[in-house]
Write a protein that binds this ligand. Structure first.
Ligand code: UDP
Length: 319
């Protein structure tokens, strides 16, 4: 298949691109490196089945696509839109870019998919559930989002994108897939992304204080990136058009997560408590009943094993 993939140099996008190319598909990656990193796709760029355009996915990219292709292919089977800043510090720093790539970008790419008769795939987020009052969160939960809060630039942009996607589905019968990704970690994460996984692991590696925001009793459920990619591949093979949660339902408090990091990395680091960011969700855990039923998918990689693999990569980043 021919696949247009935005966000191809990002953490998730680069893993997905690698997997798709390995399966024999042609992938045209698009990224403007606003948070993605060129090194994530440096090996892919030598593959005959991978091509890349440096472009902002929030703007129409059709002409760019047509004139820049190695293969001159203009027929795509899939348009997969993963481009977006995704860690809180990054989307706080890029508020308009975040809103535009999920808002305008989604609209342009839906148009492109419609014109090309391609299926459209979108990476939404557990953030659409906001600070959830239902636990764990099934896809049917409408969420508890502060529309004017600091995180709204991301949460509401993703919710707008979801609404746009289902408008195209209802209006034009556009074929769509939509996943809601819960906290995901693994090799190729940006050490500077400011997330809890990167912060605490690098702090432990450097014997620096490990920063816990708030009392550390808030929870997250951490999914290893290979499990996510497997879920994406399986969903592409179904004809299910509605949102599907992809996340690991094993839930940890942030303090428990810090302890797991300390067990893995011998360190002199001490835990320090810092203030909790505004609107930081108190709990987060996916209900994955649907993904299990639909495609027999469930995460295979336990936190400890996933963190070990991630650590190997982080050591090479430090070196
Ligand atoms: N967090 C923390 N220390 C850090 C970074 C994050 O305690 O150095 C907390 C953060 O407040 C949140 C959780 O860890 O409660 C997960 O944060 P992250 O930024 O990884 O992702 P989120 O799930 O909030 O989008």
């Amino acid at each position: 298949m021919n696949i247009l993939l935005t966000g191809a140099s990002g953490f998730v996008g680069s893993h997905l691109a690698t997997r798709l190319v390995r399966e024999g598909h042609f992938v045209l990656g698009v990224d403007n490196f606003c948070t993605g990193r060129a090194k994530n796709i440096s090996e892919l760029r030598t593959e005959p089945n991978f091509d890349f355009i440096e472009a902002d996915a929030s703007k129409p990219i059709f002409n760019n696509v047509r004139s820049n292709l190695k293969t001159k292919t203009t027929k795509f089977d899939w348009v997969m839109h993963l481009a977006s800043p995704a860690s809180p510090p990054k989307y706080f720093a890029l508020p308009l870019e975040t809103m535009l790539v999920n808002g305008e970008g989604t609209r342009h790419l839906l148009e492109f998919a419609r014109e090309s008769k391609a299926s459209f795939f979108f990476s939404s987020t557990s953030e659409v559930y906001g600070d959830p009052s239902i636990h764990p969160q099934p896809e049917s939960y409408w969420g508890n989002v502060n529309s004017i809060g600091v995180r709204s630039i991301y949460d509401e942009a993703k919710r707008y994108a979801e609404a746009m996607i289902y408008a195209y589905y209802r209006l034009y019968g556009q074929d769509v897939r939509l996943i809601r990704i819960f906290n995901t970690y693994g090799p190729k994460m940006d050490p500077e992304d400011g997330r809890v996984v990167t912060n605490l692991m690098f702090q432990a590696l450097k014997n620096e204080p490990m920063t816990i925001y708030g009392d550390g009793k808030q929870t997250r459920s951490f999914q290893y990136v290979d499990d996510l990619v497997e879920g994406i591949i399986r969903l592409m093979k179904t004809d299910y058009v509605w949102p599907v949660n992809l996340g690991n339902p094993e839930e940890f408090t942030i303090l428990e997560f810090a302890e797991a990091v300390k067990r893995l990395i011998p360190t002199e680091s001490k835990i320090v408590f810092q203030s909790l960011p505004e609107d930081d969700p108190k709990q987060r855990k996916p209900d994955i009943t649907l993904a299990k039923k639909l495609m027999g998918w469930e995460p295979q990689v336990k936190l400890e094993a996933g963190l070990k693999r991630t650590l190997e990569y982080f050591k090479t980043e430090l070196a």
